[in-house]
Design a protein around this ligand. Structure first.
Ligand code: GLA
Length: 392
């Protein structure tokens, strides 16, 4: 089923390419979105995160354009818009625009990695929900970096690719994100979750192929917007707390040290540090529990993570809290929490596979009754990271 969804997306992008440019594409690439099982708002705090790629992708179909020597002509099916970007000196648009993600990646590959990118035509399409906290933007960035590797015929180390994409987000989009989203789209493997150490960027692929456990993602349909300033503010507060704790890294800080400083820290700053230190510990414990199929422990850690994001870090919202609350009372749900940056977007739940459909229906129905908002939901297996589907 999932493979065929990716094939459909691919077939559609190819068909649109032929229609737009009157020729067949020579290259097709795909990069997934991600869902983070636990380890939220700690990638920029030297913590561990535990994401997996989802069966939702951005696909790009492309062909070199020898009649031109300096532009990428890119049509987005989702935006129904075509842009022309320089492949030698891409510039950022001053307004928020989807092409900034792409321009930022081209800039990084040219300026930082020394790529000479030939002119090309491309069509892009994605089924990663936008603004749902599932890294639609990272999937677009990583797909573009993968396309550039394919058309130039040269690849860069995986971590460098993640960093080029992260830099695009910082400099061309204005979101000071951590490394989790881009690294997930680059590094994740099918049937595995990724335990990524954001301090030294080392990682482990942890098998997650238990047929009895299903990952259910429910979108609150409240849009999340990270460039609104709250995200950057959380980063600043975490840095401030670290300074007050007289430490260089949250990995060197114990919960006891945070508690000992409580009286000297402003309440909000204390709470932020408290979330970071406890969330790092929860993530490590979750990875250990998953290795032993200790699902009950995983579930409890997910609920604790949600509570910490809601109360200490204050990045949840009423709708996400309602979803997690309903999930926690639904038979067959092992654990649930908000996922991604927060302020809307999705929850992720681990559920018993044989009850997954009815669990999804129950949660969606009750959520709609309580909030008046119609949510959307889908199930996913851990999917494959970015890859080339077709090349010459
Ligand atoms: C967003 C950012 C990530 C990470 C999460 C929160 O998705 O892009 O780097 O900080 O929020 O965990």
């Amino acid at each position: 089923m999932p493979e065929s969804k990716l094939s459909l997306l691919t077939a559609n992008a190819i068909e649109k390419f032929e229609e737009k440019f009157d020729t067949k594409p020579d290259f097709v690439v795909a990069a997934p979105g991600r869902v983070n099982l636990i380890g939220e708002h700690i990638d920029y705090n030297d913590g561990f995160v535990l994401p997996m790629a989802i069966e939702r992708y951005t696909v790009i179909a492309a062909k070199l354009n020898p009649e031109n020597n300096s532009t990428a002509d890119i049509y987005s099916i989702d935006m129904d818009e075509q842009v022309e970007l320089s492949v030698t000196h891409p510039v950022k648009r001053e307004i928020a625009h989807w092409s900034n993600y792409i321009a930022g990646v081209i800039a990084g590959m040219v300026e930082d990695k020394g790529f000479a990118i030939p002119a090309f035509q491309a069509v892009t399409q994605s089924n990663v929900p936008i603004g749902g906290g599932l890294s639609s933007s990272a999937s677009l960035e990583v797909a573009m970096a993968t396309l550039i590797e394919a058309i130039v015929g040269k690849s860069i180390p995986l971590a460098d690719k993640g960093k080029v994409c992260q830099k695009a987000e910082h400099e061309f989009v204005g979101v000071p994100c951590g490394i989790m989203d881009q690294f997930s789209s680059v590094l994740c493997e099918a049937d595995h979750v990724l335990l990524l150490d954001c301090r030294d960027q080392s990682f482990q692929q942890i098998p997650f192929a238990d047929p009895d456990i299903v990952v259910l993602i429910i979108n609150s349909e409240v849009k999340h917007e990270l460039s609104g300033g709250e995200y950057a503010q959380r980063r600043t507060q975490c840095e401030e707390a670290l300074q007050m704790l007289e430490a260089k890294s949250y990995r060197d800080v114990t919960l006891q040290q945070v508690q000992e400083k409580k009286s000297t820290l402003e309440e909000t700053v204390f709470n932020r540090a408290h979330h970071v230190v406890t969330e790092i510990a929860r993530t490590v414990k979750t990875a250990e529990a998953m290795k032993k199929n200790g699902w009950q422990a995983v579930g409890e850690l997910m609920y604790a993570s949600h509570a910490s994001l809601r109360d200490d870090f204050e990045v949840s919202c009423k709708e996400l809290d309602v979803l997690v609350d309903i999930a926690s009372k639904t038979d067959g749900v092992i654990g649930a929490r908000m996922t991604g940056g927060g302020f809307g977007g999705c929850i992720v739940a681990l559920v018993q596979g044989n009850k997954a459909d009815s669990i999804s229906d129950t949660i969606c129905r009750q959520y709609q009754t309580q909030t008046g908002v119609k949510p959307s939901a889908f199930m996913t297996r851990p999917a494959r990271g970015a890859h080339i589907i077709k090349t010459i």
